[in-house]
Structure formats: C-alpha cells, structure tokens
Design a protein around this ligand. Structure first.
Ligand code: SAH
Length: 340
C-alpha cells in the first residue's frame, strides 16, 4: 500500500475526484497531516466516514520508527528503521538561522566515493518519497520545533533517486505542506550530469551543491569513480549551462584529505577550474572514520588552502563542524550500529 506522506496535493486532488468524492478534501487532508499533525485518519472530523474508510484502504498513514537518537549540544542524530528493517539516518543541526536537517535519500549508495562511509554498503534501494518526508516530520515532532532548512546530504546519491526526490521537494515546499522555502533547501550530488541538466528545468529554486573534492581528473579519479563516467571536462560545462539557465549560484563542496587534495598545487588548480563560475566553495575538514585510510588535513594546511582561494577572489568558507563526536558524518551512525 502507498503511504500518504508521499502524495502531492495535486495527486491527492485527483484521487478524491477519481473515487467520486470532492477535490477540496485534498486541502483539508493536507491541513490535518501537515498542520494539525494527526497520527490516524480517525482524527479527521470534516470528511465523511465512507471517504475516510476508502482512504484507509488506499493509503497507509504509518510513520517510520526511530530506533536510536544521539545528542550532542548543537547536533542530534536519528537512526530510523524502515518497514523492511533497513536503516537510514538523519542529522539535525541547530544553526544560528534555525533548525537544519540533513536527510538520506537511499539505503546504501552506489557511487563508491573512496572516502565516504555511506558507499561501503552498495545501494539496496531508493527511498520512497514518504520516507524522505517523514524524516522531517518525525524529527519536528520529537523536537517540538519547526525545521526551516533541509539539505539532502545524508546517505545516498539523491540524483540517483531523481523522481522521488522531486516529489519530495514539491511536498515539503508546498505552502500547504511543510512550507519550506526552496531557497532553504539544498541538494548535493557527486555529479550525475544528465540529472544536473534536467534539474535546470525544475521550477523550484532549490540550491544545488556539487561534491567536487578535486580540481583535476587525475586527483578526482583516485577518489570518486563517478569522475570516470562524467569527467571534469563534461561536468564543468554542464554546471555552466545550469547556471546560465537558472541564473543561480552553485556550491562546490571540497573535503580536505591530507596529502591527497590539500596541496598548494590543488588550491591553485581549483582557482583555475572555478574561474568565471558563479560559485562558492565550501571547504570541509574531513571527519575521520575508523574504517578508512584517509586522514584529515592539518589546521595549518586547511588555512593555507583557504588563503590561496581567498587571495584569488574565490568565495570560500570552511564548513562549521557538527557532530564529529557522535559519528554524524555521512553514514557513520548506521555503520557503527551495524558494524560493517
Ligand atoms: N551523494 C551526494 C550526497 C551525499 S552528500 C554527494 O556526493 O554529494 C554527503 C557530503 O558529505 C558529500 O559532500 C560527501 O563528500 C561528504 N562526506 C562524506 N564523508 C565525509 C566525511 N567522512 N567527512 C566529511 N564529509 C564527508
């Protein structure tokens, strides 16, 4: 059975029409789901009993289970169990501008980035739209506070689950859904070129981030297998076209890995690569894991890298670190729990 949290308002209107009921019930139901936050259709008082009975047969209203929560002062991590017993995680960060959540988009991931914990487990399946929506709804309920910002940077490659992702954006952005402004939503991809092209036509102004992590094919090929499919001479022109079509700015994420991509030469190559692109670069101090061979760059090296970009007028920030103590980097909680 489908789950109600994966249905857009428009789809729900069509559903009520199809079952011979009233289109406006869709609005009413959205209000119950996303404003009043009901847990059972029995709580709905303004839709006829027969219609509710039909709804119960067609759409489940089951939540996910949260099986573990780890709190640190400004970050909490939630481990979810899905109905097929698979595990995913979401991280809540208390930022100065509000609550921001990092959600997962797949169970496992096929991209195989060498430094990333999530890819240690191959993709098992895509998350359904409702499983993405419920990560937000359930954490808001536990917190008793609104989540104002969403980043799709947890487990999985969101552009490898493209259709469900766009539906998720439509639901959380809708004024009658979670009403999260498109500019408060960011999706990160390791660089699936055809989907970046498609995404330039998506009407919502969602922020796009690219996991770049290297300024040349030589370095990128070592750490990101996707670069062999879509190398920089394909990726970069695609990004330029995306920027022309959308008039936006793009974020490049760049994890600093000791002696791999943190050298002065890399910094200078990066300056050349992004020249003329309306972007900013988010340098990410690598969150070390027990399982993998990569090391975090020293603070001195991070600052040296940062200074080279800055001196060359590249917009650059160093990501504020959340959650390294509680294994909150991509995929770490799940893999700790399952010990793989
Ligand atoms: N697959 C998408 C979405 C996942 S985003 C993508 O690649 O963009 C997850 C972000 O966290 C990526 O930028 C990823 O490179 C980064 N990341 C993964 N492991 C990390 C670690 N141990 N420390 C810091 N950042 C990490």
């Amino acid at each position: 059975m489908k789950n109600i949290y994966g249905v857009t308002l428009e789809e729900l209107e069509q559903y009520f029409i199809d079952i011979g009921s009233k289109k406006f019930h869709a609005n009413q139901l959205f209000q119950w789901l996303y404003e009043k936050r009901i847990h059972s259709y029995q709580e709905v008082t303004n839709i006829k009993k027969e219609v509710i009975e039909r709804l119960e047969k067609d759409y489940s209203i089951e939540p996910l289970s949260i099986i573990k929560i780890q709190d640190d002062k400004d970050v909490s991590k939630y481990l979810f169990e899905l109905s097929d017993k698979e595990h995913i995680e979401a991280v809540l960060m208390r930022q100065v501008y509000g609550n921001s959540i990092c959600i997962s988009s797949q169970v496992g991931c096929n991209m195989g980035c060498k430094f990333c914990e999530s890819g240690r487990r191959k993709k098992v399946r895509n998350l359904e739209t409702y499983e993405m929506v419920l990560q937000i709804l359930m954490i808001e309920e536990i917190l008793g506070e609104r989540i104002s910002h969403v980043v799709v940077m947890g487990i999985g490659e969101p552009f490898d689950n493209y259709d469900n992702l766009l539906k998720f954006f439509t639901i959380i952005n809708h004024p009658k859904g979670l009403a999260i402004g498109a500019r408060h939503i960011t999706v990160s991809t390791c660089g699936l070129v055809p989907k970046i092209e498609e995404f330039s036509k998506f009407p919502l102004q969602i922020n796009l981030a690219i996991s770049l992590h290297a300024p040349t094919n030589e370095v990128r090929n070592q750490i990101m297998p996707i670069n062999k499919v879509y190398p920089l001479e394909v990726l970069i022109p695609t990004i330029k076209k995306y920027l022309e079509a959308t008039n936006r700015r793009i974020t490049f994420e760049y994890i600093l890995l000791k002696d791999i991509n943190d050298t002065e030469k890399c910094a200078n190559d990066l300056v050349k690569l992004v020249r003329g692109i309306n972007c900013y670069i988010n340098l990410i101090p690598y969150n070390e894991t027990n399982n993998l061979e990569f090391m975090r760059s020293s603070t001195v090296q991070i600052m040296r890298f940062y200074d080279i970009l800055k001196k060359n007028n590249v917009n650059v920030t160093i990501r504020k670190e959340f959650g390294s103590k509680i294994s909150a980097a991509c995929g770490q909680l799940r893999s700790k729990e399952e010990e793989i």
